[in-house]
Design a protein. Sequence first.
Length: 585
Amino acid sequence: MKSILSFVLIFTLSLTFGQKSNHKKIDSINNLPFEVRLKDAAILDKVYLKNAEESAKIHYDLGEAKSYSNLSLVYYYQGKYEKDLAYSLKAIHIFEKLNDLESLSLEWGELGYRMKKRNLEKAIQYMQKSKKIAEKNNLQKPLLSIYNNYGVLKEMKVEYDSALFYYEKGLALKQKINDQVGIPYSLNNIAGVFVLRKQFDKAEENYQKALEIRKKINDTVGIAENYSYLGDLHLMKKDFKKAIGFYQKSTEITDKHKYLGLSQDSYRKISECYENLGEHQKALQNFKKFSALKDSLINQETNSKIAELEVKFDTNEKEKQLLQKQAEVETSRIKFSVAIVFAILASIIGFLFYRQQRLKNKQQHQEFELKSAMAQIESQNKLQEQRLSISRDLHDNIGAQLTFIISSLENTKFGIPNLETAVEKRLDKISDFTRNTIVELRDTIWAINKADFAMEDLSSRIFNFVEHAQSANQNILFNFSIDENLKNLKFSSLVGVNLYRTIQESVNNAMKYANAHHIVINAEKFQEGLKIEIKDDGKGFETENVDVGNGLLNMKKRMEEIGGNFSINSEIGKGTSINVELEKL
């Protein structure tokens, strides 16, 4: 009997701590968003070193290679260029061994582009390796960035014909997949070469093409940028009046949307144009605007740096506490897994009462962990009132712990054969509750930063979500427009969270299930409130026959909670339209 128990224990533990779970954990760290890797580059090197070590222990070569690739990137942003090169070459060696040509091509290209200001010849050599692999194997994803970046290197070498050739190749690829966001960048690069060659007519033609596309997709930053480019072009031609016209069009946008850096540059050049025209009074007026913006930017950068230093100081002070907390979570995970093992052993031997008691203990243990997590969330929300950046760090830690609980539950379920239905349902219930806790945590942290919300807060959050969705789904065109009459609209944090979650769920459904090519979000004034429509051109469905899932029920429930109306219209082959109406706020 002892031999049988030992065998079952070892077998079950091997399943619980199997490679599948480790792979997911390693991949989740390697797939952190680029913005996170950029923001936290100063502290992520330890994370990726540990990730590489864990990958090597279980012989997960792809996870190890991607950890080295991420490590080289964070070392680059830390200014440790020798380590950047060393770990990038380590990643390349493993990608070559795995014959992962797409990752290999991307890594050579990234390494070459990052080296352009340190060793241009070496940068070109690495970029050529990247280009050769991608072209030989017809790898479209790497080529989208390779051609453009290779053109930049050629432009730095004053090889304008070559730069133009590769910019145009990159443009052709983007036009082939109808990349409306990327095409204007290529057109502006091409125009820049024509400016350097003093072919001003061709330069203006390409700048105008880029401007028209950006107007169609309502890219406000891009529109202002292109007006500024056209102003620079006419400034070089000494056509000062035309240059002033374009710069003023740019400042109309940049002043409205607070793009201070671009506004500052435009006012300085307007002042320069008026000086050349002999209109000294106007030159002085615009120079004063430039100086005021310059002072504002300096103050903004100084405050940002102070805040960053405060965050780093607080992070160092709490580092030991965080490490201790991670150890406690790991210990809890092991105890939890062993408890499941003994529960299964009890069911095999037939001790029904013992098994039920263990399930009860497991439930109590899980509830205790959730209560501890909620208490910790409350503590973090209090810190959030003092410093917004600290709230983000605490949010990430708690979110990671709750995600770890979900992963442990799912791995336990799949790792234990012949699991009884009642046990499986209980595990699913705890897992779903934990997921809901994560969602509520994120919504609470976002909402608690303000007592009330302006429409600008909601639109900013939607813009960020749409930008991330666009970067992850380049074959889908996104448009988000908002009525000017909503600019000064204010509402509670509860309304803001529910509106945002409803829009997010609608867009996610369109991306996942509709096979849409175009998703439009439109917000307009409606009586004393607002109306939001989320529309796609996907395959549609029959609303009377489709099973109503949790997503649609949750959206309807959110709107009812804030006194709003929710409706959905869909027709097969003609897409889906979701409407949210709030008559009064």
